[in-house]
Design a protein around this ligand. Structure first.
Ligand code: F6P
Length: 361
């Protein structure tokens, strides 16, 4: 009989995290008469004082439409390399044994870890140390290979589409080229889908290296056709053919490198070729605010399914969407590689057929 489970949210936030927490608590309490403990700020909550909070039905009231996560999160919270200050210096230490002991002391029958590939990798390693883990995939980037869709992606995509719609009207009024830099790390899903949904003229994604000249040729072509403006969706991970991705911050053993700057590079080039251009970097707005209906439902399905797995005593698995159904997959397989846009994706083929440029021709 499952008596007590824990839940934590790790890595960057994504709209729908609270919906997972709500579904997990409701399912645990109502279906299994099981207590739920929330762990604050990712794995840090096992170490910090007051890092554990009971989550009853009252705690999850009104959570469904709320963005962020009531538990907090940490994208530097790797227990195998935790950042600490010693004698005024910063260093990393392995505190994974402390985490394992903490979980044992709390007598948790399962720990639900809601995170992206980094957090889910950590979760798998903790399972190898004896922790009964179940993973739930989240990220706006949609780049976890073990699932068809992560929650958070649909919301980010809709926010990006709204930004494109707004850029359209001002671009048209001023006869400008408008560049919109979007998130997604090394996967172009947000830019590709938002570009298609918003009807941009150019989409630049990491999977298709682009030529600056081809991008400008599209802008020029539109002017010749009588359209005095252009909209470009540029993924933060896009890179020129033979060139490198642009980072706004280098990485180290705690932080992954942060992409950013390609939008400005593209904008400056277009401007240098005589077209008035403006650049918008949408940034963390893509991760904020209320989740879409799709993300609320997917997150709820994932949260409830994760508790059902815990009740069956099935661990080291991640819940996922497969052909529209929620099933599960081993954590190792689910995080084996980072998913990217496939070049034979019908969305790419259709976009090309509709005259959208990927900057490669
Ligand atoms: O993985 C989600 C994501 O929003 C990426 O799209 C982006 O590159 C990164 O996180 C930004 O990270 P941070 O919140 O650390 O700035």
């Amino acid at each position: 009989m499952m008596k007590r489970i824990g839940i934590l949210t790790g890595g960057g936030d994504a709209p729908g995290l609270n919906a997972v927490i709500r579904a997990a608590v409701k399912t645990a309490v109502l279906e299994h008469d099981c207590e739920v403990l929330g762990i604050r700020d990712g794995f840090d909550g096992f170490i910090d004082e007051q890092g554990i909070v009971p989550l009853g039905m009252q705690a999850v009231r009104g959570l469904l439409p709320r963005g962020g996560t009531i538990l907090g999160t940490a994208n530097r919270g790797n227990p195998f390399a935790r950042l600490v200050k010693r004698d005024g210096k910063q260093e990393t230490v392995d505190v994974s044994d402390e985490i394992v002991k903490g979980i044992e002391k709390l007598k948790m029958d399962a720990l639900l870890v809601v995170g992206g590939d980094g957090t889910l990798h950590i979760a798998h390693h903790l399972y190898e140390k004896g922790v009964p883990i179940i993973g739930v995939p989240k990220t706006i980037d949609n780049d976890i290979c073990g699932t068809e869709v992560t929650f958070g992606f649909d919301t980010a995509l809709n926010i990006a589409m709204d930004a494109i719609d707004r850029l359209h009207t001002t671009a048209e009024a001023h006869h400008r080229a408008m560049v919109l830099e979007l998130m997604g790390r090394n996967a172009g899903f947000i830019a590709l889908h938002a570009g298609m949904a918003g009807g941009t003229d150019v989409i630049l994604i990491p999977e298709i290296p682009f030529k600056f000249e081809s991008v400008v040729a599209k802008v020029q072509e539109r002017v010749e056709l009588g359209y005095k403006f252009s909209i470009l969706a540029v993924s933060e991970g896009a890179k020129p053919l033979g060139g490198e991705q642009i980072y706004s911050r280098e990485g180290n053993e705690v932080y992954v490198p942060r992409l950013g700057g390609i939008g400005h590079a593209v904008g400056e080039y277009i401007q240098s070729q005589g077209f008035e251009t403006r650049v918008t970097v949408l940034g963390h707005i893509q991760r904020g605010g209320t989740p879409t209906a799709f993300d609320r439902i997917l997150a709820s399905r994932y949260g409830a399914a994760a508790v059902r797995l815990a009740a069956k005593g099935i661990f080291d698995r991640m819940v996922r969407l497969q052909s529209g159904k929620v099933t599960d997959i081993s954590l190792e397989e689910a995080t084996a590689y980072t998913k990217q846009v496939q070049l034979d994706d019908d969305l790419i083929i259709s976009a090309r057929g509709m005259g959208i440029s990927f900057g490669d021709e």
